[in-house]
Design a protein around this ligand. Sequence first.
Ligand code: ADE
Length: 231
Amino acid sequence: MMFHASVLTLYPEMFPGPLGLSLAGRALGAAWSLDTHFIRDFATDRHRTVDDTPAGGGPGMVMKADVVARAIDHASPQGDPRPRLYMSPRGKPLTQGFVRELAAGPGAVILCGRFEGVDERLIAARGLTEVSIGDYVLSGGELAALVLLDAVVRLLPGVMGHAESGTEESFETGLLEYPHYTRPQVFEGLTIPEILVSGDHQKIARWRRAEAERLTRERRPDLWAKRGSGE
Ligand code: ADE
């Protein structure tokens, strides 16, 4: 069963975008599938209106619950087992743990907002989970959806070259990754750490662990503090 992503957007031309290239692109149609739904197609008036002014006043526009609900019902009819996500800076922060959960499931239905967002009633009425990719504001959910899908797709069976390249990396170990080097031995006067060319694999493993810990302590005290807490 392949991972099936459905994206609801006012900019379907943004998909698959970068996910049509490289590893994800090669796996598209094999390990995962993607369909996009143009939200404007679900407007019913002559002007195909998708947004309206906010109740209570204020700046910007709000995406209409009725229009987006029809788009969701079309892309994800009753009984669709896939989680319904709404990309939003207000959402729960995207983590490697959630990415792993999604990759283990049947797929995702992803709503991309524009303007000030969607009518709040839609979120409860369609059981949307709000997901944020970080504490900054994008002009719409599309780039956030691409980020989420990239993180998920690379975990799907058969997508990544090295089976191992998954488990050893940052956020899987709870530590930032150790530094990497390759030839030449001298680059602009800078050398590869002696230990890495020693051939002593036990020493190398210990050095890498120590470097990963040092980098995590220095750069991400937040990750360092919750190490081993299972979070
Ligand atoms: N839409 C706008 N900004 C976003 C963010 N940071 N994460 C997810 N969706 C968004």
